[in-house]
Design a protein around this ligand. Structure first.
Ligand code: SAH
Ligand code: SF4
Length: 432
């Protein structure tokens, strides 16, 4: 969501006549887009902002002083407090006030530092200009905010209550993107499966998938799904919708029912496993990924063993693993029995071993197969190799040959997979 918000900000600044530069030091305006889901990002922001404090603005700048702005979750949470803490920060905006950035910058240019973090806005950021990182791939928000209040999570407090966009509006956006040549759309929301509950007629998420598939888009993905709201209709679409890619991110967080209850996740290990079985019945080769938190307050070795067993049994393509991070203002921040850091770290490392073993096994099943790869550009490590994504979302590296070259970015070609690694595949293009 932050990446998408950043694309909007770049689009708005370009509309104002700004252009992007390579480093913060070269910039007249520096905007920090922030996240406070875990403490580490919080701490990093402070260091980054302070390091700019005594750096003069570039020679030839029309400004006497660089304008530093902070937006996103930390902006929303701390508001004007950030300017008190760091007086060289001149603009603060929140998760719902991206549209206010031009007027806030104007005010700062006139010497008047400004903050706007009002909680609800009538402007969906999707109505703002955008500058997409890649011409062929687009994020498309369908909801903002979250109503779930998982006890560890700050998101509902900094992104506000869940609101859905009208299905017609999203469809129109998708049609426009397809007409522009976009190949892949990723529908975005904190919990896309609860889409539409606040709208007249309560359109379901499965209807949204049908509508976007109908636009002729080549590849459709979505994130994120809460297991408690994943409907049989959406599961069925994985087996029937042409454009819906065989990949699903379904955060489990823990394998212990006791911890899941304490997290307020509202499903059990058993009901989660039933969803996985239904998904694999609908789409046998679906690639699954998940999020896991270790070291939640009160987590015992026995609870952790259940997580470990579940992750091993399911066999994910990818698992995003996090050590629990206490977030002030969330219910879990007051829970007793904090897990000591070295214990959490040890569990984290043991989990990673299982994750990596299973990820490699999952990728090995594709060796010898031909998969359609959407190429993104030359590999960052080796310019003679093109990188792209398979339908399952795996990174695929392919030597440039048989007509495949740097201009192939944004196009889809069949690739025979020759080798599997934990986090990527390699192969040869059949024709380009
Ligand atoms: N709405 C999405 C994303 C939430 S944030 C969802 O529900 O899946 C992404 C991930 O960060 C979460 O799934 C969770 O695993 C992790 N996370 C959130 N708060 C955390 C915390 N306080 N400590 C550690 N990990 C956290
Ligand atoms: Fe946070 Fe839970 Fe909402 Fe995801 S569903 S954003 S983890 S409160």
């Amino acid at each position: 969501m932050n990446k998408h918000d950043s694309e909007r900000i770049i689009g708005m600044l370009e509309a104002l006549g700004c252009s992007e530069v390579a480093t913060p030091e070269q910039a007249d305006i520096v905007i920090f887009m922030t996240c406070c889901v875990r403490e580490s990002a919080d701490t990093r922001l402070f260091g980054h902002v302070m390091s700019l404090k005594d750096q003069p603005v570039r020679p030839g700048s029309p400004l006497d002083e660089r304008i530093i702005a902070i937006g996103g979750c930390i902006g929303q949470r701390d508001g004007e407090g950030l300017m008190e803490q760091m007086p060289h920060v001149k603009v603060v905006f929140g998760t719902n006030t991206i549209h206010a950035l031009p007027s806030l910058l104007q005010s700062a240019l006139e010497g008047d530092p400004a903050a706007d973090i009002q909680e609800q806005s009538t402007v969906f950021s999707t109505e703002l200009p955008t500058h997409r990182e890649q011409d062929w791939a687009a994020w498309l928000p369908i909801t903002v905010g979250c109503d779930n209040f998982c006890t560890y999570c700050i998101v509902p407090y900094v992104r506000g209550r869940e609101r859905s966009r009208a299905l017609e509006d999203v469809r129109t956006d998708a049609e426009r993107l397809v007409a522009q040549g976009v190949k892949e759309i990723t529908l975005l929301g904190q919990n896309v499966n609860s889409y539409g509950r606040d709208l007249y007629g309560k359109p379901a998420f499965a209807q949204m998938l049908d509508a976007i598939d109908n636009t002729g888009i080549e590849r459709l993905r979505f994130a994120t799904s809460h297991p408690k709201d994943l409907s049989p209709q959406v599961i069925e679409r994985f087996g029937s919708l042409r454009s819906l890619m065989p990949a699903l991110h379904l955060p489990v967080q823990s394998g212990s029912d006791r911890i899941l209850r304490a997290m307020n996740r509202r499903y059990t290990q058993e009901s989660y496993v039933s969803l996985i079985e239904a998904l694999r019945t609908s789409c046998p080769d679906i690639a699954l990924s998940t999020d896991v938190i270790v070291g939640f307050p009160g987590e015992t070795e026995e609870d952790f063993q259940q997580t470990l067993k579940l992750i091993d049994a399911i066999g994910y393509h990818q698992v995003f693993t996090f050590i629990y991070s206490k977030r002030a203002g969330t219910p879990a921040a007051t829970y007793p029995d904090e897990v000591p850091r070295p214990v959490a770290q040890d569990r984290f490392e043991r989990l990673l071993q299982v994750v990596e073993k299973r990820a490699l096994q999952a990728n090995e099943r594709d060796v010898g197969r031909v998969v359609d790869v959407l190429f993104e550009g030359p590999s960052k490590k080796d310019g003679s190799v093109m990188s792209g994504k398979s339908p399952k979302g795996q990174t695929v590296h392919v030597p440039m040959a048989h007509g495949l070259d740097a201009t192939s970015a944004g196009s889809i070609h069949p690739v025979r997979i020759s080798e599997a690694r934990t986090w990527y595949l390699t192969g040869q293009v059949l024709e380009a």
